[in-house]
Design a protein around this ligand. Sequence first.
Ligand code: CUA
Length: 155
Amino acid sequence: MKMHRFEEIFLIIGVAILVLSMVVTGYQTFALEMGPPSHTETIDPQKVDETAPFDNPGVFQTGDNEYEVVMTLQVFSFTPNQIEVPVGSEVTFTMTSKDVTHGFQIAGTNVNAMVMPGHIQKITETFDEPGEYLVLCNEYCGAGHQMMATTITVK
Ligand code: CUA
């Protein structure tokens, strides 16, 4: 096969970039263990409602100023969707999805997590400022994705 010089150079650069990005991604995932932390805890996505703790979602006090929110995400809502905690609380969100991949982003904070079916996602945040925090799903999950939101009240 006869190729033009520029075609050859173009192909070599293209393949080199592809291989390099695969090596970098592979190194981050396997050597630096930068894969999703939720991969360590799994759940049968068909049986979320029967599996503890997700058989009883809600807000639970776990210590002095410490709370755990056990939450399921599904098209197109968060359960529980009324969350209220006192100012200064350290809140751990334990989440899983009952259907497709959803997002859990708390506006105005650094909390931004992907919640995937089959995996348990945990993320902790301390709420030092009172107010209404907007929670958004930021993974496109279907026709009602833009309506998937809730609030966390801190007072
Ligand atoms: Cu759930 Cu988008």
